[in-house]
Design a protein around this ligand. Structure first.
Ligand code: CTP
Ligand code: CA
Length: 224
């Protein structure tokens, strides 16, 4: 029984996981968002929990069920997600799986925008905080292991390697979502794990299996 009793490899560790999309309001009834089911992030939270970690899952709006034993904090916007992650610290492990909106709408409406009165709206965008980059760059109390995800459609390893350097995180789980893989929105993921040592390619597998393999990898790295 690999995940049972004696094999709680992450017991005593606190992990913060972000998952799902964020919603950035335009007015009280409209928003912009990224496409994300939340599935992979919830699987990662469940897998870390199965290895005995104490898991805080900061989730954007999505229809996933909370995994047993996981503490879930629901948020809507990227700025709320960042605040919830900060409030959950300190952590030994941070895994940013969320598809965070890169921008928020600066000139949205406090009341519902009306077609007749307001005409065609023009929106101004402000940049959202980069949660992964912020965690990676912490000078005090940085989680020992910071992991990001990257969905890429071409030159997957090259782009993800560049992204890992730019974010300053320890690992990037690069996900090939090009149309040919048929992966977007599905049950499977095709992963290249990018670390300082280079890229490690995994066979196409279910999101739950990706999560279990990642959780084991995290435990192995923390063990040193
Ligand atoms: N991420 C984050 N906060 C943001 C944007 C991204 O924490 N505001 C995290 C995601 O959760 C993911 C990783 O950063 O783990 C990569 O996200 P991605 O959108 O691929 O990176 P960006 O730097 O936003 O690059 P791009 O221009 O390709 O969108
Ligand atoms: Ca982005």
């Amino acid at each position: 029984d690999f995940f049972g009793g004696d094999n709680l490899l992450l017991s005593g560790k606190h992990a913060v996981v972000t998952a799902g999309p964020t919603h950035e309001p335009i007015d009280p009834v409209r928003y912009i968002a990224n496409r994300s089911s939340g599935r992979q992030g919830f699987e990662v939270a469940a897998a870390l929990c199965r290895l005995g970690a104490n898991v805080t899952l900061v989730a954007g709006p999505c229809a996933q069920e909370t995994p047993a034993g996981v503490t879930r904090v629901d948020v809507e916007t990227a700025r709320e997600m960042e605040a919830a992650v900060t409030a959950a610290l300190p952590a030994d492990i941070a895994v940013c799986v969320a598809a965070v909106a890169d921008w928020h709408v600066k000139n949205g409406g406090a009341q519902k925008l009306k077609k007749s009165k307001d005409g065609t709206p023009s929106f101004e965008f402000g940049e959202n905080p980069d949660i992964l980059k912020g965690l990676s760059g912490m000078t005090e109390g940085r989680p020992a292991l910071v992991v990001g995800f990257a969905a890429e459609t071409e030159k997957v390893i090259e782009h993800a390697t560049e992204k890992r350097a730019r974010k300053g995180c320890d690992l990037i789980v690069a996900n090939d979502v090009s149309a040919a893989t048929g992966i977007m929105g599905g049950e499977y993921n095709e992963i290249h794990l990018i670390s300082a040592a280079g890229a490690e390619s995994w066979p196409k597998m279910e999101k739950g299996a990706v999560a279990d393999r990642l959780a084991l990898k995290i435990a192995e790295i923390l063990k040193g």
